[in-house]
Structure formats: C-alpha cells, structure tokens
Design a protein. Structure first.
Length: 175
C-alpha cells in the first residue's frame, strides 16, 4: 500500500534518501519523490527543468506500516507519517494511488503536456498527463508555461502544478 510521509519543503530528496538508506527493505518496497518537468526561461531560451510535484511529501510503498512508523521515529525530525488514526495508518485510497501513477512514468516523473491555444485563450490538451485533468484546472499561467490542477490527496484538495509546452500549428502548415 502507498503511504505519505510529510517533511519540510525542500527536504524531500534528503528525507527519501534517509528512508532508502536507513530503513530496512522489509518495511519499504519503494520510496520516491514525484517530480514534474516544466519549461523555464534562462537567458531568453526555454529549457526543461525538473521540480518536486508535491512539495513537502515523500511517498512510500509498504506492507508493514507499523514497522515503517517505528523505523521513521529513529530518523531525524524530518519526517511524519500521515494518516495515523486510532492506532493504524491510512494508506492512500485506490483512486489517489491511481492518480499519482497516472501523472507520472515508472520513475514517477510527470512529463510536459502539449497544448494548443484556441479561441478565447482556451487551452486544448493534445497529449500528456494533463489530458485526464482538464476539468480540474484551476489556473493557467502561460507566461510560466504551467497549469494548476486541483486533486485530492489524503482526503484534502491539493494544487498540483503541471508543465505545458505550447504547440503552434501555423509553423507546421508552412512545412
């Protein structure tokens, strides 16, 4: 089952590395920090960069949540396992797990979505992970080449920033 570890923003990779290095594989099947690819402008040129998808969260797949919890207590105060209720931990729901799987590839990296700007500045998603979340878009920032999608994580709404790449059909028609 998938569990969420809360950590300080900016400490996600460090926390994941501590978990991978210091907690036995009998408690951790996989530990990862989902990332996103986005476009960022440097010196007038657009470049692809990687950023954390869920700031402040590390994800762990484990079939032994109680043992995982006991091992996490031994780490520096960087991590807190979410979902402790009445002596047990709540894993992500199946739909939340599928959402995170659907956003990224096998390495938990969310690719750019290719979009086209239509009439009235409406975006049309041509391909990419944003295709499944068009109805959940709460903000579009074409200047930063990103779209904000609201999803549910651990029963709470979370804004996820996804990178987009704009496609200009007028260039293709001239070829």
């Amino acid at each position: 089952m998938w569990y969420v570890i809360q950590t300080l923003g900016g400490e996600e990779e460090r926390t994941a590395n501590l978990i991978r290095g210091q907690i036995s594989s009998c408690y951790v099947e996989e530990c990862f920090v989902p990332k996103r690819v986005r476009m960022k402008k440097f010196n007038g040129l657009w470049n692809k960069v990687e950023e954390i998808l869920f700031r402040g969260y590390v994800f762990v797949i484990s079939e032994e949540p109680e043992g995982l919890y006991q091992e996490l207590k031994k780490l520096p105060k960087l991590a807190k396992m979410l979902g402790r209720e009445k002596g047990f931990f709540s894993p992500l729901s199946r739909s939340e797990e599928q959402m995170i799987r659907g956003l990224g590839d096998k390495k938990h990296k969310t690719a750019l979505s290719r979009i086209k700007l239509g009439e009235g500045r409406q975006i049309r998603v041509l391909e990419g992970p944003l295709k499944d979340y068009v109805g959940d878009v709460v903000k579009v920032n074409l200047h930063k080449r990103e779209v904000v999608v609201r999803v549910e994580l651990m029963g709470k709404p979370v804004d996820v920033f996804m990178g987009v790449e704009m496609v200009d059909d007028s260039l293709r028609s001239q070829e």
